[in-house]
Write a protein that binds this ligand. Sequence first.
Ligand code: FES
Length: 115
Amino acid sequence: MARVIVIDLSRHNTVYVGHDRYFVLHAGGPPLLVRDHCPHRGGPLSLARPTPDGRRLSCPWHGTKVGVSAVRRGCLPMVRSGDEAVVLLPDGTEPVSVLRKEVLANLPAETGPAC
Ligand code: FES
């Protein structure tokens, strides 16, 4: 049976589901609860900067550009109403913890090289 948790988005932006960390990504449209894991070597996508077109995230570890659409495919189902979000967790989910807000995510878009 699926498990549901409620997050106060005014206070939290990070959830641990078992050993996996998820963070709230604002990438246009409704916020997404996405896994904080770069497909290259597991870098923290929560520290990534969006590319100028907003379609990809630039991983801070080795610079891989990860498509927001690919990240979106791995997100946890979340329905938001105001500051409250209801999240549907996968079956058999192990311990869950919710961390306070502004841990990492959503740095401003990357800019061109410094002159
Ligand atoms: S871990 Fe993200 S680019 Fe290497």
